[in-house]
Write a new protein. Structure first.
Length: 318
């Protein structure tokens, strides 16, 4: 049997959140599955060592409708590409009629999909309920990223010391979701007084200015930047860290899926959706808010307590 999973959300975090359900489908049908995902999901790098994945097909759709799979011609171009692969079954983690029709035109006989035209949902619970109903099994919400053991052995010597290795997720998708950079520098200084530490700056080329500010600070010599690394090259490093501290960003979800204790600062995104699905995630919300009330438009970056973040970090490192 050939199985296709369509997951059209953008970003690394969402890709990781769907992993338990993709793995459950692969296990149920006893075959590696193919994925139709957007390139910025970073699925090829995140899942490079995952034996549950047979093939990754990139979905090229953009907000300005300039992608090769946008519009009517793009629709049929993609349908033809999928039809050539002769899938028997498709799971569509989306409510759009477009993906249902795409599967029909691609001549996939067995189609499972979210209810059509649903506007709002909890990303985790919708995927969990949908998958469990389809495969008739309970599915854990905890994702796991698979790593080749040889990749871990190559770098393990770096971590055979008495340092605390901490991944810093200072980046974010927007300024309202980013704790002030000076707070990250300050917390590194204070943590290094408690334990000898090494810090790993989880950011890319778009974060160059932020990375340089940290590298040029008093803790710069203790820091290693991910700026010039591929996502796949950062995974073994993060796996060996003692702690993640950072914003609700893709690096948080990578750390969680690697089994790393992750201290997540939520200030303008929904904790109920992105902070409760994993036992590895420990949440800090703005003063005066709760996990239930912290969501989009909370705008609470100035109300994240430094003292609370520091105290929780110490507790997790101990």
């Amino acid at each position: 049997m050939k199985v296709l999973v369509i997951q059209p959300k953008i970003g690394m975090g969402d890709m990781i959140i769907y992993l338990p359900y993709i793995h459950a489908i692969s296990k149920k049908y006893n075959v590696p599955v193919s994925l139709l995902v957007k390139e910025n999901s970073r699925a090829k790098e995140l899942l490079a060592d995952d034996q549950s994945i047979f093939e990754i097909i990139f979905l090229d759709r953009t907000k300005n409708n300039s992608g090769s799979h946008d519009g009517i011609f793009g629709f049929f171009r993609l349908a033809r590409k999928i039809r050539e692969k002769n899938y028997d079954k498709v799971f569509i983690f989306n409510s759009s009629l477009r993906y249902f029709l795409l599967s029909k035109v691609a001549k996939i006989k067995n189609i499972s999909q979210y209810p059509l035209f649903r506007k709002k949902d909890n990303i985790v619970m919708s995927a969990k309920i949908f998958t469990e109903n389809e495969i008739n099994e309970i599915v854990s919400t905890q994702p796991h990223i698979t790593i080749n053991e040889n990749k871990l052995k190559i770098i393990e010597d770096r971590f055979l010391d008495n340092n605390k290795h901490i991944c810093l997720g200072f980046s974010a998708s927007g300024p309202t979701k980013r704790w002030d950079l000076e707070n990250y520098i300050k917390i590194c200084i204070e943590l290094n007084k408690k334990f000898p530490c090494k810090f790993y700056l989880a950011g890319g080329k778009d974060d160059k200015d932020l990375i340089n500010k940290i590298l040029n600070s008093s803790i710069g010599q203790l820091c290693t930047s991910f700026e010039n690394l591929k996502i796949s090259e950062t995974i073994p490093i993060i796996k060996n860290c003692n702690l993640y501290i950072g914003n609700d960003t893709g690096w948080l979800h990578i750390s969680s899926a690697l089994g790393v204790k992750s201290l997540a600062l939520f200030m303008d995104s929904p904790v109920e959706a992105y902070g409760k699905y994993s036992d590895n995630i420990y949440v800090v919300v703005p003063d005066g808010e709760t996990e239930s009330t912290t969501t989009h438009d909370t705008l609470g970056k100035e109300k994240i307590s430094f003292e609370e973040v520091f105290a929780k970090a110490i507790k997790l490192l101990n």
